[in-house]
Design a protein around this ligand. Structure first.
Ligand SMILES: Cc1ncc(COP(=O)(O)O)c(C=O)c1O
Length: 309
């Protein structure tokens, strides 16, 4: 098991304001583990438990060439003594293609490279059924750990926060993390989600994922009314960045010592700080969840030609 007690709650003094009675905290899930960092262990924990209780040999999951999720799965499976298979998008790739895939391989993950066409089927039930025939002893986990068990693991995050919190800000990719958090909020707490993807239908995706838990429609709608979608901080879309975003991440690191990544947490923090300038947040306590993502920075730096830190 991976120890989540390293995820401390830090007060960010430079963002707090006595006059505005504004308290800002960051929950450092990025400190949980070097490879199984941020929201990754949260999403994997119950999937690994299920794998063990069903007496499966390991986990089979999906990811792109630079996937944080693949590295995290490889590492978490190694630590918990089970096997891991990663189905990777792109049959032109190999295990030496980049540092992410090299790391997965060195952690003992079996890498299976599939064509982009085949990869498109990754969420289809018949495809999972055929994979279950090929790998009968493996528990299949959706890309990004985006399943019911992932969501339930993310439900534990807020239990560790002992400060009274009014607003929670979190980055969104598949919605798994934000849905877990939402399920654990009190009725007077608000959740602000910042999608990393352009045109992402946050509320629809959240409704579908939480709906899998079978909760009653009235309660589901009441939960969704606690969500605000901040969809103008994607910087052009998933995996896109601008010099302004890089500059923001560098400045934030200089001032706080905290590293953010340019795909998820950098955009989310930029969004939160832009929102906090509004007086709506006076007299309240704010929490930002650091969901990790630092493993992938090397790849971003290579692709962009820019060094972040
Ligand atoms: C670093 C990081 N932050 C945030 C997210 C978004 O989380 P979710 O996919 O649960 O919405 C991801 C994707 O898993 C991620 O890798």
């Amino acid at each position: 098991m991976i120890d989540v007690s390293k995820s401390k709650l830090e007060r960010i003094d430079m963002l707090c304001s006595k006059e505005r009675r504004l308290n800002v905290f960051i929950k450092r899930d990025d400190l949980i583990h070097e490879e199984v960092s941020g929201n990754k262990w949260r999403k994997l924990k119950y999937n690994i438990e299920l794998c063990n209780s069903r007496k499966k040999e390991g986990i089979l999951t999906f990811g792109g060439a630079f996937s944080n999720h693949l590295v995290a799965t490889a590492s978490a499976c190694k630590e918990t003594g089970i096997k891991a298979i990663g189905l990777v998008r792109g049959d032109e790739l190999g295990r030496a293609s980049n540092s992410t895939l090299q790391k997965c391989h060195s952690l003992g993950m079996q890498l299976v490279f599939v064509s982009r066409e085949e990869y498109r089927l990754r969420n289809e039930k018949p495809y999972h059924e055929s994979l279950s025939l090929d790998y009968p002893n493996y528990h299949i986990v959706e890309e990004g750990g985006a399943n019911y068990y992932g969501m339930i693991g993310c439900q534990e995050i807020m239990n560790e926060v002992k400060e009274p919190i009014d607003h929670v800000f979190v980055s969104q990719g598949t919605s798994t993390t934000s849905c877990g958090i939402l399920l654990s909020l009190n009725t007077d707490q608000l959740l602000h989600v910042i999608p990393a993807l352009k045109g992402y239908k946050s509320l629809e995706e959240m409704k579908a994922l939480i709906g899998k838990s079978g909760i009653e429609t009235g309660w589901l709608n009441a939960l969704l009314s606690q969500v605000e979608v901040l969809d103008e901080y994607h910087f052009g879309g998933y995996g896109k960045y601008t010099p302004e975003l890089f500059e923001f991440i560098r400045e934030f690191h200089k001032k706080t010592g905290i590293k953010l990544d340019p795909i998820y947490t950098g955009k989310a923090m930029f969004g939160m700080l832009s929102e906090l300038k509004k007086s709506t947040y006076d007299n309240s306590s704010i929490l930002f969840l650091h969901t990790g993502g630092l493993q992938g920075i090397e790849g971003v730096e290579k692709r962009s030609g820019i060094t972040l830190f």
